[in-house]
Design a protein around this ligand. Structure first.
Ligand code: HEM
Length: 403
């Protein structure tokens, strides 16, 4: 990475929202975005419209001129293939088919059934924090809660969970905005290992089924041809990674924001019924996924902007959430804000499948932390992780008594 690029990224991490603000003059602008020439959409209305418009797709290879489609290096190819089996990177009809197979496990009703288990896990983790007044909140709490829950749901044995920290990190590096082939090659082996892990777990469940999502997917596969083994592997991995890289940051970012805004923390302590709203405001103000992208499937005009077939638009969720035309005092963190319709879970066909689970986990986590940690203070100002798309801290060191 050049020095200029490193400097840009540092500026971006310090305040991505101020960075996005430079691009608010037009609904869709062609700009230098973190060192790359591309199109960006910042406004709430525009971001939502693009995400809902079927003319915007994810499968670039389907519409790109053949001379632009270059085969990736050999080591990277299996990972690219793995990703083509993930619903997140597919369009209808395959997207619809893959999503509908797991959708049932993530409806608000199904997720609500996990409440007792999530509460118990949160209580256990907080109980362990009693041993000490100094805590690294991610290591001691925010990381484990979503990871334990998603692993249990998929059917990953307890003793294997540790592998995923490295694998999820490798995946996020692979798909990050500035990933080049050199970086992709560096992490490709880890991602391949994670896929092999699921392939062998699927083999075990074929002979010894349990009450878990893997066994459910195997039943679907064996009942017909709607899902093959590669798609099963990709689906499990996508869910596991989503469970690792997002909700952890929702919980940590939320508690950090409350500590930085003691008047908001006091409001929440006095009235815990504000917890769901505090979670929504955290999602709006500091979204774990800052942006995504879409491809124009054809030549078109959108909000007065001419786009050519296969051109990309960066869809800036974090900017839409702070659109001053939609949110009053959009740069103010206010847990009593009414009707918070953020776009942090995106919109349209790819709307986050795990949103009900993430919300429930976020609510339980914040409620427990706020009621059981006494006089929390920051031991040091935390550092943001090196990623661009995913927004979360490396560590969060705090001091707090535990009741
Ligand atoms: C606060 C936590 C979370 C945030 C902010 C978040 C955010 C997002 C966003 C923005 C997308 C859409 C990306 C795009 O359209 O390009 C998405 C998709 C997705 N999320 Fe989440 N997510 C969270 C938690 C979870 C959890 C816990 C799971 C699963 C257990 C999950 C599973 C998924 C899946 C499977 C998709 C792909 C859906 C599709 O392509 O149809 N997410 N998420």
């Amino acid at each position: 990475m050049t020095n200029d690029m490193a400097l840009l990224q540092e500026q971006f991490r310090a305040n991505p929202y101020a960075y996005f603000d430079q691009f608010r003059d037009n609904p869709i602008e062609t700009v230098d975005f973190l060192g790359f020439r591309t199109n960006v959409a910042t406004g709430y209305k525009e971001v939502e419209a693009i995400l809902k418009d079927p003319r915007f797709i994810r499968e670039w290879r389907k519409v790109a001129p053949s001379e632009q489609v270059i085969e990736p290096p050999k080591r990277v190819q299996p990972v690219v293939y793995l990703m083509t089996n993930m619903m997140l990177f597919r369009d209808a009809p395959d997207h619809t088919r893959l999503r509908s197979l797991v959708n049932k496990a993530f409806t608000p009703r199904m997720v609500e059934r996990l409440r007792p288990q999530i509460e118990e896990t949160a209580d256990d983790l907080i109980e362990r924090m009693k041993q000490n007044n100094e805590h690294e909140l991610i290591r001691d709490f925010s990381y484990y809660l979503p990871v334990v829950v998603i692993a249990e749901l998929i059917g990953v044995p307890r003793e294997d969970r540790e592998y995923f920290r490295k694998w999820a990190d490798a995946f996020v590096r692979f798909i990050d905005f500035d990933a080049d082939y050199e970086r992709m090659e560096m992490v490709a082996d880890d991602i391949r290992d994670s896929a092999e892990y699921f392939r062998s777990l699927i083999q075990k469940r074929r002979v010894d089924p349990r009450e878990d999502l893997i066994s459910g997917l195997i039943q679907v596969e064996e009942a017909g041809d709607s899902l093959n083994e590669d798609e099963m592997v990709a689906t499990c991995l996508l869910l596991m990674i989503a469970g690792h890289e997002t909700t952890v940051n929702l919980i940590t970012n939320g508690f950090y924001l409350l500590m930085k805004h003691p008047e908001q923390l006091a409001l929440l302590k006095a009235d815990p019924s504000l917890v769901p709203n505090a979670v929504e405001e955290t999602l709006r103000y500091e979204p774990p996924v800052l942006f995504t992208s879409r491809i124009a499937s054809d030549d078109m005009e959108m909000f007065g902007k001419e786009l050519k077939k296969s051109q990309e638009v960066m869809v800036l969720l974090g900017a839409a959430n702070r659109d001053p035309r939609v949110f009053n005092d959009s740069n103010t963190f206010d847990i009593t804000r009414k009707n918070i319709k953020h776009l942090s879970f995106a919109s349209g066909p790819h709307f986050c499948l795990g949103a009900p689970l993430a919300r429930l986990e976020g609510q339980i986590a914040l409620e427990k932390l706020v009621t059981r940690l006494q006089n929390p203070t920051l031991l040091q100002e935390p550092e943001w992780r090196d990623n661009i798309i995913f927004r979360g801290f490396k560590t969060l060191h705090i001091n707090a008594g535990v009741i």
